[in-house]
Design a protein around this ligand. Structure first.
Ligand SMILES: [Zn+2]
Length: 455
């Protein structure tokens, strides 16, 4: 054998030994039986009658109003006593790596430390009942792998990898002394960290998109308008040209997935749609013709009701603070338009730079009742969000249906002490009201007293 073949075989051997690990103290359960629960299934506005649900491995095996016969010793029984069983919540705009560090800290952080902080936050995220997040920018591939291997408890992650931006665009966090950029020259700090990449032509965009796909991105994120947290981009600007956006759409499409863009203004949203972009993030400055266009083309709107406190992440009187206030002011009109034109609307929080705001992740969802019923709100954060996740096609890292309670679906389940369709505020206090949190068939929290197996 020549040396090349030998080293190839050695490499295959190394990869094969990197099998997923799980904590031996907490083995994957054989089966879990939820007895006497009422189901919110992720699509219906009503709870089911009293029902039993059997989970085997990582999937929902049986849903039945009749008693389910199980092997008593190998099955954990959870006495529901009429509590609500629902799908795990999904946050479609999350930044796993940027939740806890401050705005300035992310530019100087040590990546090893940052991953440990993000891991701790991922565990808290799961404990708030969010069993899946779509990461809309940041170096989350390593954390995702550690979670999938059972090393760290956290949600499923659909990573975008680095945000792709233009020079001066949202996500270009360079200092002015780093300009001019030498084409083909050294990378900036944020690029080396995998947080964001600058691309200024269709060719550069293609390279950056393909790099994220190579690393495991499930969708691609570009910034098509100015942004709040970036130092050099005014809110009103359009950034990428249509050919640049199209280069990203083509590269992602070749990989079987889609591009989502950060965009606030009508001009930037319309240009992105013309280039073939399938999902708009935020959209808080949109107008009526833009909403109409999105409806006609079946474009997703992934947005959030930013609370007034979100502006407090920035120094008072700073440009960032003023931009945050403008976006917050547009929230009501955007949701009104989304409802009027029946836009496919996903929910994501986009909580950044604040552990205390992250603790309000569930509370932020409940703010949607200003525009939607509690049932519509919870359908959005489960079944509807999962439809947008499914746009990743074969690039989805997880096999099976998410966001829904039905036989054969992945067992990401919450047992709620009460009826969230009547009282959605239950979701705002997960420590108290989420009595069971299950992801992939594994129980991460259970405060319901165990039933003896003898019954
Ligand atoms: Zn974001």
């Amino acid at each position: 054998m020549n040396r090349l073949v030998v080293s190839f075989l050695l490499l295959v051997g190394c990869l094969a030994s990197a099998a997923p690990r799980q904590d031996p103290q907490d083995p994957q359960p054989g089966a879990v039986l939820f007895e006497d629960v009422r189901i919110f299934d992720g699509k219906s506005a009503q709870l089911s009658g009293p029902t039993n649900v059997l989970v085997r491995g990582n999937k929902i095996a049986t849903i039945s109003t009749a008693p389910i016969q199980v092997d008593g010793s190998a099955t954990r029984r959870i006495e529901g006593v009429g509590r609500t069983l629902m799908p795990g919540l999904i946050d479609m705009h999350w930044h796993t790596m940027f939740v806890r560090p401050s705005h300035t800290e992310i530019l100087v952080w040590d990546l090893g430390y940052a991953n440990l902080v993000a891991g701790a936050e991922a565990t808290d995220t799961l404990m708030r009942g969010f069993t899946t997040v779509r990461d809309m920018g940041g170096p989350s591939f390593g954390l995702k792998r550690a979670i999938d291997e059972g090393i760290t408890a956290g949600p499923r992650i659909y990573p975008s990898g680095a945000v792709i931006t233009i020079t001066g665009g949202h996500g270009d966090f360079r200092q002015t002394f780093e300009v001019p950029r030498i084409l083909g020259g050294p990378l900036a700090r944020m690029e080396l960290a995998g947080a964001s990449m600058v691309a200024d032509s269709p060719d550069e965009v293609r390279v950056r998109v393909r790099e994220q796909l190579m690393l495991g991105a499930t969708q691609i994120k570009l910034t098509a308008s100015g942004g709040v947290a970036s130092p050099h981009s005014p809110l009103d600007v359009s950034t990428f040209t249509e050919p640049e956006l199209h280069a990203a759409v083509e590269a992602a499409g070749n990989w079987g997935t889609y591009v989502s863009v950060h965009a606030y203004t009508p001009a930037s949203i319309q240009r992105a749609i013309a280039a073939g972009v399938k999902c708009i993030e935020h959209g808080q400055l949109m107008d009526e013709p833009t909403a109409k266009l999105m409806a006609e083309r079946g474009i997703w709107l992934s947005t959030q009701p930013f609370p007034d406190e979100a502006a407090k992440a920035f120094p008072p009187n700073s440009q960032e603070h003023a931009k945050a206030l403008a976006v917050i002011a547009g929230t009501d009109r955007t949701y009104t338009l989304a409802k009027k034109y029946k836009l496919k609307t996903a929910f994501g929080t986009d909580i950044l730079f604040s552990q205390s705001q992250a603790q309000q992740q569930g509370a932020m969802l409940t703010r949607l009742v200003r525009w939607y019923t509690p049932a519509e709100t919870l359908v959005m954060a489960t079944g509807t969000n999962a439809q947008l996740l499914a746009m990743s096609g074969n690039r989805s890292p997880y096999t099976g249906k998410l966001g829904i309670v039905e036989e054969g679906a992945l067992a990401d389940l919450l047992l709620v002490d009460g009826n969230p369709l009547e009282n959605i505020q239950l979701i705002a206090d997960p420590a108290r009201n989420l009595v069971v949190i299950m992801k992939d068939g594994r129980i991460y929290k259970n405060t319901v007293p165990e039933v003896s197996a003898k019954r």
